[in-house]
Ligand binder design. Structure first.
Ligand code: ARG
Length: 474
């Protein structure tokens, strides 16, 4: 078996070493990106006079053939193919002979792999931005459907204050919007060309990196060769963005699981999105949402692996870094499939408005009563105490706020007047939350209208990004 470094070696490499060090089974996923990078590299080698026009044409035709073989599932990976880079170079040389050996001029697999990963992540991030936006639209639809309906918000899983159901959904649109901002931020750093830094020091050959950056639609070229081959920040950052998005979706899932509990019964989940029990005939379980929690944990584990992988590695490239692919591929896959399944399930979730309403405690209005007293001139601390006393009284007498008389109110404070009854309604409570970001229908309606426009505009922006990267894929 021949290896690209055989000149230095007096004996064949041990088979177990070959098996242990190869990564082809995982990095073959990067095949098209590797070819994309090689095409641009060959064009550059010709431009600067390192290969002839004929050689360039041969290389490009060979690469095209390889791409076709991969698409048609005809590409044969050999047991001697260590990684995707060597597999493609090996096949190229088989197809076009000696000229194929010129492709690796002024290139190392150390810069090649960074390029492949960056091209891959650019595509995946654009796809994720699109998917997240579509999920935001699904949340927005729910927000519109239930506009006007009220539910209790929870802090510490205890009823706190009433809100619009729409406000709940809008909260997730916000979280996902920040997730998108984070992805776009990382995208900027991904969009810097690593190719051309060689193994770690650059090259004495007259290459043109800016030309390659232009062809690959990268905004700039990296500045330091040592940093470039050792940099996986962009990959860790992308993984983190995915994890945080998953964490948000796990929070939503947890609420769905709770709202779906038999004794709570705030929502209905369509049968086709639930699973049953192999033993208990009556069960209908929200397994998808439980698995979103579970898969989020798996992703966090993989992410921790990535961080640990990079910790304390001496500068610059170290083979450990080969282990970065599996976790990032898996994390991205988990996020993508999670978003897709949520996009399918959420539209089918319905709320049992009556049950929700019946379960809202009148005590969720306690802050409104305190604020009523503040408006009458009572200090907030004092108002808090007065209302606390009323709550205690009600608990003892098994009363709700709604059954109190003005006389009873007055025994706690002379500031209570007849108008206190005007604020004793859930509708009134939400309508008064006019402060910016508050849950009043006025605010929430504005938010809904704003999101409608903003999300549509974002989908247009994605089209532009898609076009930018698709130029390469002809
Ligand atoms: N397969 C390697 C990786 O994924 C790239 C090859 C670099 N190998 C080397 N011996 N310098 O990181």
């Amino acid at each position: 078996m021949k290896y690209m470094w055989e000149g230095r070696f007096k004996e064949l490499i041990d088979n177990d070493v070959i098996k242990y060090t190869k990564s082809i089974d995982i990095d073959k996923k990067l095949a098209f990106y590797d070819i994309e990078g090689s095409i641009v590299h060959a064009k550059m080698l010709f431009k600067v006079g390192l290969i002839t026009k004929k050689e360039k044409e041969e290389i490009l035709n060979g690469l095209k053939k390889i791409k076709k073989e991969i698409i048609e599932n005809k590409f044969k990976f050999l047991s001697s193919d260590e990684d995707i880079h060597t597999a493609i170079e090996r096949r190229l040389t088989e197809l076009i002979g000696k000229t194929g050996e010129k492709l690796h001029t002024a290139r190392s697999r150390n810069d090649q792999i960074v390029l492949d990963e960056k091209l891959y992540l650019r595509d995946e991030i654009i796809d994720l931005l699109k998917k997240i936006t579509e999920l935001q639209i699904v949340f927005l639809d729910k927000s519109q459907t239930y506009f006007g309906e009220i539910i209790s918000a929870y802090t510490h899983l205890k009823q706190s204050q009433v809100i619009l159901i729409s406000h709940y959904f809008n909260a997730f649109i916000e979280k996902l919007e920040r997730d998108k901002e984070r992805f776009l931020e990382v995208y900027k750093r991904i969009n810097i060309l690593p190719l051309g830094v060689g193994a770690c020091a650059g090259t004495s050959l007259p290459i043109d990196r800016k030309y390659m950056a232009k062809l690959l639609n990268f905004n700039e070229v990296s500045r330091n060769s040592l940093d470039t081959v050792s940099d996986r920040d962009f990959l860790i950052e992308t993984a983190f963005c995915c994890i945080l998005t998953l964490i948000h979706l796990s929070v939503f899932s947890q609420d769905i699981i709770i709202w779906n509990m038999d004794e709570i019964n705030f929502i209905n989940l369509p049968d086709k999105f639930c699973t049953g029990s192999s033993l208990m005939p009556h069960k209908k379980n929200p397994d998808v949402f439980e698995l979103i929690r579970g898969k989020t944990s798996t992703s966090i584990g993989l992410f921790t692996g990535l961080l640990t992988l990079m910790k304390g590695l001496s500068l610059s490239y170290n083979r450990d870094m080969q282990e970065d692919k599996k976790p990032i591929f898996e994390i991205i896959e988990i996020l993508k499939t999670t978003i897709e399944i949520l996009k399918k399930i959420i539209p089918g979730i319905t709320f049992n408005i009556e049950t929700i309403r019946k379960n809202i405690s009148s005590y969720t209005l306690s802050t409104d009563i305190a604020e009523y007293l503040v408006k009458k001139g009572v200090s907030f601390r004092n108002a808090h105490k007065i209302v606390g006393n009323i709550v205690n009284y009600c608990i003892e007498k098994k009363k709700s706020f709604f059954s109190l008389t003005l006389e009873e109110f007055k025994t706690f404070s002379p500031f209570f007047k007849d108008d206190v009854f005007q604020i004793l309604s859930f509708e009134k409570s939400v309508s008064l939350k006019l402060s910016e970001g508050g849950t009043s229908p006025e605010n929430v309606k504005k938010e809904i209208d704003g999101w409608k426009k903003k999300l549509k505009k974002f989908l247009d922006r994605i089209l532009v990004l898609e076009k930018e990267v698709s130029i390469l894929k002809k």
